[in-house]
Design a binder for this molecule. Structure first.
Ligand code: HAS
Ligand code: CU
Length: 555
């Protein structure tokens, strides 16, 4: 079987080195970004002020950029690079070289952007859309990060293409297929942010043009911003679909279903950006409505994922003699951090996803938009489901790559870490959701709130957020201890890179899933359908003179 002859059990050491380089950056970002998160919850509680004239928005920008953009992109690229290596038999020298070039370009870009934020020249939050304006070096740095990630991703695509050439007529290894879908989605999505940065924000910050069309730039940003969140989610789904079944000793419920759900993400992740702009003037409600419908389409692959996970757990449970509706629950390997940590993430994704569906429901979004409810939403999705899964992956992947072992003590600490995270996040995100329903704004320091009376009813929730934030910070310290241990100090040994298999009697995945011309064609058609007319509208109806709203140079 071609599949088995090329797939190696271990990631090639040369590939391991590049993955680890990504993880060092990712976990450094976690350390600094996490500290900024703690500061924010303390400031918002109104009981504490930032010392030395540090600005709230600067801290918020460091937090969002480091955790939302740097930690994620570096972790994802490092993980996918290793997953492709493991399941295809390793990268070629050429692909490896590309990977390193991409890595360095991303790192240089990150340092450029970070420097400008620290110099207070780029307090524009992680979404950096106009009319907030940053120093041009910040935008150039971001461009480097994006271009670097394309090159990094190209290495994965190259290795996938080589595998397919060598194995004609065979479905590609599931993890490689998934990594490539995510990379392709990322490339299509980042075209939007690249366009606004190169054609609008950079010239504007360099003083080459006086004004910028705010609505165009926000629209291009959200064309990218929504698929950005699925770029974070899909690596977690890779673990849930294709790794967790192996860890618990079960099988993948359906390889074809997993592939189909990833293809649906490619098709429907991008033409939905308007669900972040539902309250924005200047976009025809009919087109907003269309994108709301498309948003509900992209919920479907997540529902398929939930179904498939329950099926995996239940089948495994039955094979162990579990009976009844939830009997499977008790036989799962709760003492294994590689399972329990991501599982807590999965459980959190049930309320997290429900919150997303509320946001996507046009009328309900009017209640929660721009409130701290939204912050609560993405701390459940990204900062719990996704990040706990990333932690869970690190606990076996780092020792696998460094030739060490996850010891019993570290395994235990990892499980404690995840429960600490769960408790901290229940307080913090829960309180954010409630405060949001009472109208508490997002992205505001205590001192910038409106009336004191309004603030009074928010206070208990803000205190709960500070309590949760402090517990979460403790959680970050624990992760860092485990990371440093696994990277440098854990005993030498072999740690498995688990890759699950489909049921024995499963049919081969249909080859149509690898028909990239077809899927990219439909993706492009959907994007053109959802965006062409509204874009023409936005540009044609821009207020005269300004070619957009105010420049708001005071920012
Ligand atoms: Fe979202 C805003 C809609 C998912 C992240 N989202 C945001 C922002 C971020 C974000 C960062 O429509 C703020 C951006 C900003 O700064 O302004 N979101 C959705 C919808 C989904 C969704 C419909 N979001 C995510 C994910 C994110 C993320 C995932 C990060 C990783 N979101 C919105 C909307 C807004 C928004 C609006 C704008 C709001 C506004 O007004 O600004 C869906 O994809 C969710 C689908 C999920 C499910 C759940 C499936 C459950 C599974 C788990 C099974 C568990 C098992 C374990 C088997 C349908 C797969 C069993 C356990 C037991 C204990 C039994
Ligand atoms: Cu979205």
């Amino acid at each position: 079987m071609a599949n088995e002859t090329v797939a190696k059990v271990k990631v090639d050491p040369r590939d391991a080195k590049l993955s680890m380089a990504h993880f060092f950056v990712a976990f450094s970002a976690l350390a600094l970004g996490g500290l900024m998160g703690l500061l924010q919850t303390l400031v918002r509680s109104g009981k504490w002020e930032l010392p030395w004239g540090i600005d709230y928005y600067q801290v918020l920008t460091v937090h969002g950029v480091l955790l939302g953009l740097v930690l994620t992109t570096f972790f994802i690229m490092g993980f996918q690079y290793a997953a492709v290596s493991r399941t295809t038999g390793g990268h070629s020298n050429a692909a490896r070289r590309l990977g390193w070039i991409g890595f360095w370009i991303m790192l240089i870009g990150t340092l450029m952007a970070a420097t400008m934020i620290l110099l207070k020249e780029a307090s524009v939050l992680y979404t950096f859309y106009a009319p907030l304006k940053a120093h041009w070096i910040f935008y150039l740095g971001l461009t480097f990060v994006v271009v670097g990630s394309w090159i990094d991703g190209a290495a994965q695509i190259m290795t996938y293409a080589k595998w397919r050439k060598n194995n004609p007529g065979q479905p590609s290894p599931l993890l490689s297929f998934m990594a490539v879908i995510n990379t392709v989605m990322w490339i299509v999505a980042t075209l939007g942010v690249a366009a606004t940065v190169l054609f609008q924000l950079l010239p504007w910050s360099l003083g080459l043009v006086d004004t910028v069309d705010v609505l165009v730039s926000r629209t291009l940003f959200w064309y990218f911003g929504h698929p950005l969140v699925y770029f974070w989610l899909l690596p977690a789904y890779m673990c849930w679909y294709a790794i967790i079944p192996k860890i618990i000793g079960g099988k993948i419920f359906s390889d074809s279903l997993a592939r189909l759900s990833f293809i649906l993400f490619l098709l429907f992740s991008i033409p939905v950006g308007f669900h972040h702009q539902l309250t924005e003037p200047g976009i025809d409600p009919a087109w907003k409505f269309l994108q709301v419908i498309l948003t509900f389409m992209v919920v479907i692959p997540s529902l398929m994922t939930a179904f498939s996970l329950f099926a995996t757990f239940e089948r495994y449970g039955r094979s162990k003699g579990a009976t009844g509706l939830f009997g499977w629950f008790r036989v799962l390997p709760w003492n294994d951090a590689r399972f329990t940590v991501p599982f807590i993430g999965m459980a959190a994704f049930i309320p997290a996803g429900a919150g997303g569906i509320i946001n996507a429901s046009n009328q309900m979004d009017q209640v929660v938009h721009n409130t701290i409810w939204i912050t609560g939403h993405f701390h459940l999705t990204l900062a719990t489901s996704v990040v706990l899964t990333f932690f869970g992956i690190s606990y076996w992947l780092i020792p696998h790559l460094t030739g060490r072992k996850l010891t019993k003590a570290m395994n235990k600490l990892a499980i404690i870490q995840a429960w600490v995270w769960f408790i901290g996040m229940t307080f913090m995100s829960g309180a954010m959701h409630f405060e949001g329903l009472l109208g508490g704004p997002r992205r505001s320091a205590f001192s910038t709130y409106g009336g004191a009376k309004q603030a009074a009813e928010w206070i208990p929730y803000q205190v709960a957020q500070a309590v949760g934030g402090s517990i979460l910070f403790l959680g970050i310290i624990l992760v860092l201890i485990i990371f440093v241990n696994l990277a440098f100090f854990a005993p030498k040994g072999e740690e498995e890179f688990p890759v699950a298999e489909a049921e024995d009697n499963a049919e081969k995945a249909p080859m149509v899933f690898e028909n990239w011309k077809l899927w990219l064609g439909i993706t492009a058609a959907l994007i053109l359908f959802a965006y062409t007319i509204p874009f023409i509208d936005i540009i044609q109806n821009a207020p005269p003179g300004s070619k957009g709203f105010q420049t708001w140079n005071k920012w």
